[in-house]
Design a protein around this ligand. Structure first.
Ligand SMILES: Nc1ncnc2c1ncn2[C@@H]1O[C@H](COP(=O)(O)OP(=O)(O)O)[C@@H](O)[C@H]1O
Ligand SMILES: [Mg+2]
Length: 395
């Protein structure tokens, strides 16, 4: 949604009124840059009348190269031919008088049309979105959730999905899916400057359910040689070829995890109903706040959400100060399905856990869930309520 950079809070409401619902204002350019980094589908930035011309033009000049699909609309209380010429050279798409609200509305509409045209007819492939699955604790179900979420997102091949195992020392995505990769991220080590989609595609292992996996190295010591730059280049290259890139992580804010979180569009945080995990998740959320990671794009998955342990969902929500987006109860079928190499989403689509992962996938894609598959006999053991999940939106 459009963003307005304006320091004078007196004029902000009027200008926002002329922009589409959901547009928002920031008082400084650094907030605008953070927003653009987190929203790859942003199409317009309006630079308010209070910004000094030189400063505004320097932002426009910068965005022209760094974010070519983002149009810059410049609002001025007064301008002359010289200013117009300079604005044009800086790549400003429209210069609008500060009190011309209709003009601003039209300029934003034009920016949107241009954006759609640049993306190609019929909304041709958008850049893929990165979904990072994270928890500061091990054994809470990160890998299980990543694998099942990736399969749910793929929807039997309807969307192209790549699952990246960034638990570089102890990654077990491949073994979890009973894959035997001949290549892994290890073969990309040292290729920071030559990474492209074709090269990475050569390193992927295909799972039967039309899911591609970039496996972790076979040996833990390789981790030291996988640089953050390599990881960010790989993730960016994958955006060109896949609709979704799901990233499984290690249980710590190591370099690999931080790099993935920096690149991520959506973050799924896994918690379980035990005090140490909740405490660590809380600290992790605070750290993410401090680092400004995935704010407004965090989804809490409560795994093993059984009710016998004395901590209620409400309690979890109040401790973590965010809603539980989805619950997956403890179910032997979940573990058994992964152990058999066909994760639950593929093995038993009607299972409560599968439906929970599909529901999370639909939250992430913003598309309605496909009609739920019929429940297999006895498949509902993982859930107390129908569907086994309570969607409460996202943080
Ligand atoms: N909802 C669940 N019900 C039953 N077993 C589960 C569930 N979630 C995870 N598990 C099992 O718990 C173990 C740890 O899960 P895993 O996904 O590997 O955790 P992590 O990646 O966080 O270390 C695995 O054996 C997995 O099969
Ligand atoms: Mg794991």
């Amino acid at each position: 949604m459009p963003v307005l950079v304006e320091t004078d809070s007196g004029v902000v409401p009027l200008l926002l009124q002329a922009m589409p619902a959901g547009s928002h204002a920031v008082a400084a350019a650094d907030r605008m840059y953070v927003w653009l980094d987190q929203h790859i589908d942003e199409y317009v930035v309006a630079l308010g009348p209070s910004l000094p011309l030189d400063l505004a033009l320097s932002y426009a000049e910068d965005l022209r190269i760094a974010k070519p699909t983002v149009s810059v609309v410049l609002l001025r209380s007064e301008f002359d031919t010289d200013a117009l010429t300079r604005a044009m050279h800086a790549g400003v798409r429209d210069v609008i008088a500060a009190d011309d609200e209709k003009g601003l509305t039209k300029a934003v509409e034009r920016a949107h049309q241009l954006y759609l045209a640049l993306r190609g007819p019929g909304g041709a492939r958008q850049m893929g979105r990165i979904v990072t699955v994270f928890s500061p604790k091990g054994g809470v179900g990160k890998t299980t959730s990543s694998v099942n979420l990736a399969l749910a997102l793929s929807d039997k091949g309807a969307r192209k999905v790549c699952l990246v195992d960034l638990d570089l020392a102890f990654g077990d995505v491949a073994i979890t899916m009973q894959l035997f990769p001949t290549h892994s991220i290890e073969q990309a080590v040292g290729s920071e400057d030559s990474i492209d989609l074709a090269m990475i595609e050569g390193l992927l292992t295909r799972h039967q359910d039309s899911l591609n996996v970039l496996a972790a190295p076979a040996h833990p010591d390789v981790r030291e040689r996988v640089t953050p730059l390599l990881i960010s280049r790989i993730l960016r290259a994958l955006r060109d070829g896949f609709d979704y890139i799901v990233v499984d992580t290690s249980p710590s804010f190591d370099d690999a995890t931080l790099t993935a979180l920096d690149e991520t569009d959506e973050c799924v945080i896994i918690a379980t109903l035990d005090v140490p995990t909740l405490k660590n998740v809380k600290v992790a959320l605070e750290t993410m706040d401090m680092l400004n990671i995935a704010r407004g794009h965090r989804h809490l998955l409560l795994n093993r959400a059984d009710d016998e342990v004395g901590i209620s969902v409400d309690k979890v929500e109040s401790i973590l100060n965010m809603p539980v987006a989805v619950q997956v109860r403890s179910a032997i079928d979940v573990a058994a399905a992964t152990n058999a190499g066909t994760p639950i989403v593929s093995a038993q689509p009607g299972h409560a856990a599968s439906r929970a992962y599909v529901e999370l996938a639909s939250t992430l894609t913003g598309e309605p869930v496909a009609a739920p598959a019929p429940a297999a006999p006895g498949a509902d053991s993982g859930s107390k309520s129908r569907g086994g999940l309570f969607r409460r939106g996202r943080s």
